[in-house]
Design a protein around this ligand. Structure first.
Ligand SMILES: C[S@@+](CC[C@H](N)C(=O)[O-])C[C@H]1O[C@@H](n2cnc3c(N)ncnc32)[C@H](O)[C@@H]1O
Length: 268
């Protein structure tokens, strides 16, 4: 199992403690049975040797990663963007006309679309401005889900009713009444792409205004956290913001980032 844990670390940056072995076995059991194998160790050797193909490696990564997310998770971040960051952006005429945002571990897209709703509302009710959001994640199935932008009615329950009415579509088909889809007006401005935060370089613009990096650093070891934050910092324009999860603020110690709130940092 040790070599498997090392392989997962190399692939994802995720640090799996030995105590998680039982959990891993449980998550992988269906794949082991699917391939007619008798034990997880044999299955993992085959996966890591690449003998079951890239798709199987992606499946394992997907089963190991935690994709939990929700709309308007840590709502204070969205409130801060609406009350402070966007007005500051609009007041500064020297900045480019488009507000660029990046959800850097986007999972199935709830974070990116929550932000899209906030920006669309500000645009609708105040001064017009252009904006775009990029969502990236290691997991190919999560990226596919994010692009489809279809969610259960339960998933969208944290969205306030006025935003639900404006930005969610309900199918005319009664069989699909428990699902909704994000309206095209928002989907057009939100793009998703598979990307590994452990890569040495990110194929993303270097003048991003707001980067969300929430609830993913917690799975990384300290050195990897530092490296990921340093790389993301180089994609922020001076004055741009990095926003991390509520338990991740202490992992951000880079000198070029000024702490504005416990989990909100501004590039100097
Ligand atoms: C717990 S979710 C957080 C989603 C969202 N940011 C939020 O706060 O609700 C963590 C996400 O990080 C992704 N992830 C894990 N390791 C990654 C890596 N090395 N590169 C990119 N994404 C990664 C997982 O696939 C998962 O979707």
């Amino acid at each position: 199992m040790t070599s498997f844990r090392q392989a997962i670390h190399r692939l994802t940056g995720i640090s799996l403690p030995a105590t998680k072995t039982a959990l891993i076995e449980q998550r992988l059991r269906r794949r082991v049975n699917h391939h007619g194998m008798s034990c997880t160790g044999t299955y993992l050797d085959e996966v890591m040797a690449g003998r079951l193909g890239q798709a199987e490696i992606d499946t394992v990564v997907d089963l190991i990663t935690t994709n939990t997310t929700s709309f308007f998770r840590e709502r204070a971040h969205f409130d801060h963007i609406a009350a402070e960051i966007v007005p500051e952006f609009l007041a500064d005429r020297s900045r480019p006309a488009r507000l660029k945002c990046w959800s850097a571990a986007s999972s199935e897209g709830a974070e990116a679309y929550s932000l899209a709703m906030v920006l669309a509302e500000l645009q609708r009710t105040g001064r017009r401005f252009d904006w775009a959001i990029l969502g990236t994640d290691l997991s190919a199935p999560m990226i596919e889900k994010a692009r489809r932008a279809v969610y259960s009615t339960e998933q969208v329950s944290p969205i306030e009713p006025s935003l639900r009415r404006r930005y969610l579509m309900i199918s005319a088909d009664p069989a699909l009444r428990d699902q909704v889809r994000i309206v095209p007006e928002l989907r057009r401005r939100v793009r998703f792409r598979q990307m590994n935060l452990m890569d040495a370089r990110y194929p993303v613009d270097q003048d991003v205004d707001i980067i969300f990096l929430r609830n993913v650093l917690i799975y990384f070891e300290m050195q990897d956290r530092q490296d990921v934050v340093r790389r993301l910092q180089s994609h922020l324009r001076p004055g741009g913001y990095l926003i991390v999860g509520h338990s991740e603020g202490m992992s951000v110690t880079q000198s070029g980032l000024q702490r504005i709130r416990p989990t909100i940092f501004r590039k100097l």
